[in-house]
Design a protein around this ligand. Sequence first.
Ligand code: SF4
Length: 205
Amino acid sequence: MEKFAGAEEWVPPRGGLPKLEAALRDCRGCDLWEHAEQVVPGDGTAKARMMLVGEQPGDVEDVEGRVFVGPAGRLLDKALDAAGIDRDQLYVTNAVKHFRFERRGKRRIHKTPAAGHIVACSPWLTRELRIVKPELVVVLGAVAARALLGTGFKVTERRGEAVELPDGTAAMATVHPSAVVRSEEYRRDFALFVADLRAAAALLP
Ligand code: SF4
């Protein structure tokens, strides 16, 4: 695994989300900041009972500087709506805060963050969890699962199951919405994703 210094020295030990967001802009904890347009912080209320964690910003998010505003974000909004969950009541973030990509001509093609990037960026996610203190974390896809539930956790085998993060916070894993966007069986996979979100909301005490 490629090793990076990690984000620890940039993460403020105290303060709320605005302080976290300001500090995030200076992070040089791994090499992903060098080619990305900007860092993409989490978004939502610190009072959220439910926190959603995705993978990394995509092309649109990197340009706009906002989380889940590209095709996957639009699908997420649609699915949350269908599941009766108000996005304004959530806190939504990513396991890795800068966009990793490969250039092909003028296009920037998404590249999955390496294990070293996930580890390097994890202090930000840990701090977000401490600030928001969600009652339930919805883990979106394999990268978020690796960050929060460890390398042995397979989303394909355990999606929709009630699980716990190492600190005891209730959690559930499902696919990343980009997998539904790309699916050849869109209707079926969208319905399954909505069902997982509904089941997650039902886990809230
Ligand atoms: S991806 Fe995370 S650790 Fe790497 S530079 Fe960006 S914020 Fe820092």
